[in-house]
Design a protein around this ligand. Structure first.
Ligand code: CA
Length: 751
C-alpha cells in the first residue's frame, strides 16, 4: 500500500528495476521541483530509491536528507543533471541515517544560515553512517563577514566517504572541512576522504584558515581511523596549517600539495601514517611540508620540492614537546619512523623546533633513515635546537651539502638529479635513499568533478582589454563602469578632474600615456570594493581640489568588511599637495579588509598632512591585520606629517606568516613630526613578522617604532643612511627577550 501511496504523489516517478535478482529490489526514481515535494518524498524513500532535484536554482533550501538505505542499495539524492542544480542563498545540507548518498549539487551564490554547509548529521543524536557525499561543489559560499565563523563540511558518524568533491574559495574564518570525534559514535570512524579538489583558499590573516582538520585537541588522544588519500590541495593558503591532524591512527596518503602555504601538521594524536604525499612549493613564500609532533608517527616516502617555509612552517620539522603536558600542548615526539623521504631544493629541515623553557622534551626512540636531502646550491638546510640523540640517524644521503655536525648518519654524495616521468626528481644513479621510483603523483584532473572548471583564483592586472580615455568630464567614471576585470584604462595626456568616487569592484589598471594630472573633488578618489584590485602607472595626483575636510584619502577600501583579498600596486606615480586640511592620507583601509599585496615602486609623495598608509584598523588584538605584504621600493617621501606606514597586528596568535614589510632604496625627508601623528614615529610596525629596511636615506625623520609581539619576528635594518634621525626603537612586547632586530652597517647611527 505504501508503494501505491507514493505513486499518488505529484512527482514524476520513473520506476526502474535495480538488481533484478531480488523480487523486493524494486527501486524508484523521483524528480522533485520544489522544496515541499522533496520534504514529502524523503519520508517515503526506500533502499535503492533515487530522488533528483530538478535543474535550476534552489534558493534558501535547507536540505535534510534522512533515510535508511542498505548496503549496495543506498538511497540517493542527486541532480537531474550534475552541475545544473544550484543551491543558493541561505541553503545547506544535512545527512542523517544509513547508506545515503548525495551527488551532483553545486553550492554557490550564498552562504549557510547555520554553522555548516554540509553536515553528516541532523542533530547531536541523529548522525550519518555508511554514507557518501560525492561530486558536490562548494564554490565561494561565504558568510558576508570574513570574521564570521562557519565550516563547509563537517563529518560525524562512522564509515562515511567524502570523495571527488570540488571545494574552492573559502574566504571567511573557519576550517574548510573537519572530522569531529565529539561522541563515541563519531570515534574510530573509518571515514574516507579521497579524490577531492581543495581549490585555492586565500590568506585569511588570522587563525581558523585550515583546509582540513581531523579531531580537536579535546579528543586528540582518541583514534579517528580516517583515511585522507589522493586529494589535491591547490594553493590552500589560509593559515600555517593546511591540514591540522588532531587525533590518532589516521592515514594521509598520496595527496598532492601544490604551492600551498603552511604544512601538514601532526598537531595532536598518536600513531598516524603519512606516506607517498607530494609537496610542490614552486619556490613560493611559506610553502611547507610536514611538521611532526606526538608519539608513534610514521612519515615515509614523501616528496617535497621547492618549499621555502621557515621555522614551524619549514619543509620538514620535528618539534620538541612539553613533558607530561596538558592535552592542548605539544606532546613529545616518540617512536617516530621517518624514512625514505626526499627533500629537494627545500629550505628548512628543523629538529627540536620550539625548544624553550616549556617545550623541553626532545624526541626519543625515533629513527631518521634513508632520507634524501638535495639542494642545488649546497646550502645547509638543517637547524637543530636541542639534543637529538633520541633520534637514530642512519643511511641518509645529502647531495652537494656537507653532513651536519650534530650527528652522524648522513653521507654526502655527488648526485646528478633528473626529473622522472612521474614529475619527481631522482638521482640518475640508483640509491637507496629518498622516495621510491614508482610513487604515483595525484594529478589535479584526477580530483573533484569533470563538469565544473578549476578556475584561476585571481585575474592578473593588465590581462584584459585597453580602454582609452580623454580628460573630458565623467570619462573616467564611465570607463570604470564599463571595464571588465583585468582591463587597462589608458589615460591620454591632460588634466583630469574627477567629481565622483571611482568605485573599483574588479581588478583594473590605470595607465598614463604621457603627462596625466588628476585632481578630485570628493573625500577620496579610488574606493576599492569587494572583488576590486587597483594598479596605477605613471599618474600625477594632486589633493588641491579635495574638500576642505580632515581625513581625506586618495585611495581607500570599502567602509565595510571585504571578503575578497585585494591587491594594490602603485608605480611611477607622484602625489603632491595632499594638504588642504589635516590628516590627509594616501591610502586608508577599513576594518575587515585584507590586502594580499600592496606594492609601491618608483613613486614620490610630497606635502602630505596624514600618513602614506594606514594599515591599523584591526585593533581587537585577535591576531588579525590589514595586509600580508607591503613593499616600498625606489620611492621618495618628503614633508609627510604622519608616518609612512602605521601597520598593526595585535594579540598573541601565531597562526599567520605575515605581516611582511620591505622598504628599500627609498628616501624619507621630514617625515612623522606632525602634531597629530599619534605614533610619534615615521614608521610604526606592531606585530609585523618579517621586516627588511635597507639602502634607504632618512633625513630629519622621527624614529621608527617597531614592536615585536609573538613568533620569532625577523627585523633587519641595514645599509641605511641616517641624518638628523634618531636610532630605531625596537621593543619586545611579550617575549621578555633581548631585542632580536639586526641593525647593522648603517651610516650616521650612534649606537
Ligand atoms: Ca590553526
Amino acid at each position: 500500500m505504501k508503494r501505491f501511496s507514493r505513486l499518488l504523489c505529484m512527482f514524476v516517478s520513473t520506476t526502474a528495476i535495480m538488481g533484478a535478482t531480488s523480487y523486493s529490489a524494486q527501486a524508484e526514481e523521483f524528480l522533485v521541483k520544489d522544496q515541499k515535494s522533496f520534504e514529502e518524498i524523503v519520508k517515503e524513500l526506500e533502499p535503492g530509491d533515487v530522488v533528483k532535484l530538478a535543474n535550476g536554482k534552489w534558493e534558501d533550501f535547507e536540505v535534510l536528507f534522512t533515510g535508511a538505505g542498505e548496503k549496495d542499495k543506498p538511497i540517493r539524492l542527486t541532480a537531474e543533471t550534475s552541475g545544473e542544480v544550484f543551491l543558493t542563498g541561505q541553503s545547506n545540507l544535512r545527512i542523517a541515517g544509513n547508506y545515503l548518498e548525495v551527488s551532483g549539487l553545486v553550492f554557490k551564490d550564498g552562504y549557510t544560515p547555520t554553522s555548516e554547509v554540509i553536515s553528516f548529521r541532523q542533530n547531536s543524536k541523529n548522525l550519518a553512517n555508511n554514507s557518501r557525499v560525492t561530486e558536490v561543489v562548494i564554490d565561494n559560499y561565504n558568510q558576508p563577514e570574513r570574521q564570521e565563523v562557519d565550516f563547509w563540511v563537517m563529518m560525524y558518524g562512522k564509515n562515511n566517504r567524502f570523495d571527488h568533491n570540488h571545494i574552492v574559495g573559502k574566504r571567511n574564518k573557519g576550517v574548510t572541512m573537519a572530522v569531529r570525534l565529539n561522541t563515541e559514535d563519531s570515534q574510530e570512524n573509518n571515514h574516507l576522504i579521497d579524490h577531492n579538489y581543495f581549490g585555492p583558499r586565500q590568506i585569511l590573516g588570522s587563525n581558523g584558515g585550515e583546509t582540513l582538520r581531523i579531531g580537536t585537541s579535546h579528543y586528540s588522544r582518541t583514534d579517528s581511523l580516517t583515511v585522507v588519500e589522493n586529494n589535491y590541495f591547490d594553493r590552500c593558503d589560509g593559515e600555517l596549517e593546511i591540514i591540522s591532524n588532531k587525533s590518532g591512527r589516521n592515514v594521509f596518503r598520496n595527496n598532492t600539495f601544490f604551492q600551498s602555504r603552511g604544512t601538514l601538521t601532526m598537531r595532536h594524536g598518536n600513531n598516524n601514517l603519512v606516506e607517498n604525499n607530494v609537496f610542490f612549493g614552486n619556490g613560493a613564500d611559506h610553502t611547507g611540508g610536514i611538521r611532526v609532533i606526538n608519539a608513534g608517527q610514521t612519515i615515509q616516502n614523501n616528496y617535497m620540492e621547492g618549499l621555502k617555509g621557515t621555522r614551524f612552517g619549514g619543509a620538514f620539522v620535528v618539534m620538541n614537546g612539553v613533558p607530561n603536558g596538558p592535552i592542548n600542548r605539544y606532546d613529545p615526539v616518540k617512536d617516530a619512523v621517518i624514512k625514505n623521504n626526499s627533500l629537494i631544493n627545500s629550505d628548512n629541515v628543523q629538529f627540536g623546533a620550539g625548544s624553550d623553557e616549556e617545550r623541553t622534551a626532545v624526541p626519543s626512540d625515533s629513527v631518521f633513515e634513508s632520507n634524501l636531502i638535495f639542494n642545488e646550491d649546497g646550502r645547509d638546510v638543517f637547524t637543530v635546537y636541542d639534543d637529538m640523540s633520541g633520534i637514530d640517524f642512519t643511511k641518509n644521503v645529502l647531495g652537494s651539502m656537507d653532513p651536519p655536525d650534530f650527528t652522524t648518519g648522513f653521507s654526502r654524495a655527488r648526485l646528478k638529479m633528473e626529473r622522472a616521468e612521474n614529475g619527481l626528481m631522482y638521482p640518475q644513479s640508483e640509491i637507496s635513499a629518498g622516495v621510491s621510483r614508482d610513487l604515483s603523483v595525484t594529478q589535479k584532473n584526477q580530483t573533484g568533478v569533470s563538469w565544473y572548471p578549476k578556475a584561476e583564483p585571481v585575474i592578473a592586472f593588465g590581462s584584459g582589454e585597453t580602454i582609452a580615455v580623454t580628460p573630458e568630464e565623467g570619462s573616467l567614471t564611465s570607463a570604470v563602469e564599463t571595464a571588465k576585470a583585468g582591463d587597462i584604462i589608458s589615460l591620454s595626456p591632460g588634466d583630469y578632474v574627477v567629481r565622483k568616487f571611482l568605485k573599483i569592484d574588479k581588478p583594473l589598471t590605470f595607465q598614463a600615456e604621457g603627462e596625466v594630472n588628476l585632481t578630485f573633488e570628493r573625500t577620496t578618489l579610488f574606493e576599492i570594493l569587494n572583488g576590486g584590485g587597483l594598479q596605477i602607472q605613471g599618474l600625477n595626483f594632486s589633493g588641491k581640489s579635495a574638500p576642505d575636510n580632515a581625513g581625506n584619502s586618495v585611495i581607500r577600501t570599502s567602509p565595510y568588511s571585504m571578503l575578497e583579498n585585494y591587491r594594490l600596486e602603485i608605480m611611477d606615480t607622484n602625489f603632491t599637495e595632499m594638504n588642504v586640511n589635516h590628516s590627509f592620507n594616501i591610502i586608508s583601509v577599513s576594518k575587515g579588509t585584507f590586502a594580499d599585496n600592496i606594492a609601491i615602486r618608483n613613486s614620490s609623495f610630497k606635502d602630505v598632512t596624514g600618513a602614506i598608509l594606514k594599515l591599523d584598523k584591526e585593533t581587537d588584538d585577535y591576531g588579525t591585520y590589514n595586509a600580508e605584504y607591503l613593499t616600498i621600493l625606489n620611492s621618495d617621501f618628503e614633508s609627510v606629517q604622519g608616518s609612512i606606514v602605521d601597520y598593526y597586528r595585535g594579540g598573541t596568535d601565531e597562526s599567520t606568516f605575515g605581516p611582511h614589510f620591505n622598504l628599500k632604496n627609498s628616501s624619507l625627508t621630514n617625515v612623522g613630526s606632525g602634531k597629530r601623528n599619534k605614533t610619534d614615529s615615521s614608521l610604526y610596525l606592531q606585530g609585523v613578522q618579517v621586516t627588511n629596511i635597507s639602502n634607504n636615506t632618512f633625513d630629519g625623520v622621527e624614529p621608527f617604532l617597531i614592536k615585536h609581539t609573538v613568533g620569532e619576528p625577523k627585523t633587519k635594518i641595514f645599509k641605511n643612511t641616517f641624518k638628523d634621525t634618531p636610532a630605531p626603537v625596537v621593543v619586545e612586547l611579550n617575549s621578555g627577550l633581548e631585542p632580536t632586530a639586526l641593525i647593522t652597517d648603517n651610516e650616521g647611527l650612534n649606537r
